[in-house]
Design a protein around this ligand. Structure first.
Ligand code: PGA
Length: 248
């Protein structure tokens, strides 16, 4: 048995309304959820409070982004303090869509990680290579570079989950093979061992994201260094329960 508790995050992205998310939440609350899995649902900002109020306490709630300071003249942004104020305890940072659609840099993501952790909010920190980078054979260089910007801003790793999400696999229906994912996860764990500590390398959950489905989750979950998932599309469906229970 891995000492690392299996972790499954749902990333609802910019989807749903009170009606459909309310139905999804009812399905999750009624589902048979393994007590051996930590489950966190990433709600759109405006529904964080709603999700926290409706979801059973066994589910955590995550924001999908936040800013790097507590308050001020930053129109449209939210802070970790606000996330905590509505009872959510996690934030997804550095997601590929934040990096590549909204142009967030490694530096900005690092500052956000530092601030969220300093406020006591857990961080699901996302990294991943683009297709051209994989094809150029620089996957390891890219993901370790991204991880360094995150690691430089972490003092306490107990509140960090690292999410490896190859950009070419996100929302494309093209899941990485269990071997492809395992290879990168093992390299990331090695990177943590060399650059942070053996203890952190052994204890940090490294989760995989990119077109995870009920059909692909079991084999992925059986890989030694895959400690869970970050799930987009399938987290909006009852199938999410199968993914949560992938280790069973
Ligand atoms: P997907 O998204 O499961 O729809 O590919 C994963 C993610 O973006 O976290």
């Amino acid at each position: 048995m891995s000492p690392r508790k299996f972790f499954v995050g749902g990333n609802w992205k910019l989807n749903g309304d009170k009606k459909s998310l309310g139905e999804l939440i009812s399905t999750l609350n009624a589902g048979k959820i393994s007590a051996d899995t930590e489950v966190v649902c990433g709600a759109p900002t405006i529904y964080l409070d709603f999700a926290r109020q409706k979801l059973d306490a066994k589910f955590g709630v995550a924001a999908q982004n936040c800013y790097k300071v507590a308050k001020g003249a930053f129109t449209g942004e939210i802070s970790p303090a606000m996330i905590k104020d509505v009872g959510a305890t996690w934030v997804i940072l550095g997601h590929s869509e934040r990096r590549h659609v909204f142009g967030e840099s490694d530096e900005l993501i690092g500052q956000k990680v530092a601030h969220a952790l300093s406020e006591g909010v857990g961080v699901i920190a996302c990294i991943g290579e683009k297709l051209d980078e994989r094809e150029a054979g620089i996957t390891e260089k890219v993901v370790s570079g991204q991880t360094k910007h995150i690691a430089d801003n972490v003092k306490d790793w107990s509140k960090v989950v690292l999410a490896y999400e190859p950009v070419w696999a996100i929302g494309t229906g093209k899941t990485a093979t269990p071997q492809q994912a395992q290879d990168v996860h093992a390299k990331l764990r090695e990177w943590l061992k060399v650059n942070v500590s053996d203890q952190v390398a052994q204890s940090v959950r490294i989760i995989y994201g990119g077109s995870v489905t009920g059909g692909t989750c079991k084999e992925l979950a059986s890989q030694h260094d895959i400690d869970g998932f970050l799930v987009g599309g399938a987290s909006l469906k009852p199938e999410f329960i199968e993914i949560i229970n992938a280790k069973q």
